[in-house]
Design a protein around this ligand. Structure first.
Ligand code: ZN
Length: 272
């Protein structure tokens, strides 16, 4: 029928315009990525053994991390000196030395808050709350928390998560700023504090959690820590998940029961 045929043509017109728009946007981002010399596209990641397609370069990732850090400084009270901070930093340095990813410098921060939480932002910034540290009994357990977060860094889970959530528009402005076509767009600064926190504490996939645990066990062993500390931390998290405030870390690090079994298996299998 004529009317249907007209509708079909109109729908086809709208569809092709939508496709064209998406295609142009994709090609534009691709052009910017190519222009920024992003040789990392489709590069091999030794931590995961996979080829990965990451559109955010390491310098851009570091700048994103720096921006987010400024927001977090306004949001939280940080521990700026003392034994606890030195302990976290020295454990972190030992783990960083054996990490698969060494193209940026890891930074370790302690946030003064009675909350069971730890998270990582782009650029290798790892944050642990005093509420979680107070529940940990020894260096092996502190190392387990840091090594797991470092696993997320090495496997590029953090940057992939941000890439997926930020989307093309925000990503484009980061890439533009990276290649100097425009003044540095402080895209993170445009987000509200709660949006930034939602971003940093958003969940990883189940696969990513298992992978971060596996890499964490590897780094703990290589740095001379007892990987059994990872099992102990997961058990502490499982126990405290029923307590008030204990659920915070589980928003981004769930599936504890299964992960305990997987880590125990990994420790047995990776034993020399
Ligand atoms: Zn995790």
């Amino acid at each position: 029928m004529l009317s249907n045929s007209r509708d079909d043509k109109y729908r086809y017109f709208l569809f092709s315009r939508w496709c064209g728009c998406r295609l142009r946007k994709f090609l534009f981002i691709l052009f910017l990525v190519a222009l920024s010399g992003c040789a990392f596209i489709g590069s091999y990641n030794p931590a995961t053994g996979r080829r990965e397609f990451i559109a955010i370069s390491t310098p851009t990732e570091v700048r994103m991390g720096r921006d987010i850090h400024q927001r977090l400084l306004r949001e939280y009270e940080f521990v700026i000196r003392g034994g606890l901070l030195n302990r976290v930093r020295s454990i972190g340095a030992r783990l960083a030395a054996v990490s698969d990813r060494k193209d940026y410098k890891y930074n370790f921060y302690v946030i003064k808050k009675d909350e069971m939480n730890a998270f990582t932002t782009p650029g290798g910034n790892i944050y642990i709350f005093t509420g979680l540290l107070n529940k940990l009994k020894d260096d092996n357990q502190i190392a387990a928390v840091i090594a797991h977060e470092m696993g997320h860094c090495a496997a590029r889970h953090v940057v992939k998560k941000f890439q997926a959530i930020l989307g093309y528009d925000l990503l484009g402005s980061f890439i533009l700023s990276n290649i100097g076509l425009s003044p540095y767009a402080r895209s993170i600064a445009r987000l509200s504090s709660s949006a930034v926190m939602r971003l940093v504490s958003s969940a990883y996939s189940r696969h990513d959690e298992y992978e971060a645990d596996r890499l964490g066990v590897k780094y703990m062993r290589l740095a001379g820590f007892n990987p059994q500390g990872m099992v102990e931390v997961l058990k502490i998290l499982k126990k405290t998940s029923r307590e008030p405030g204990g659920l915070i870390i589980l928003r981004s690090h769930p599936y504890l029961k299964d992960r305990i079994i997987a880590v125990q298996h990994e420790i047995l299998c990776s034993k020399e």
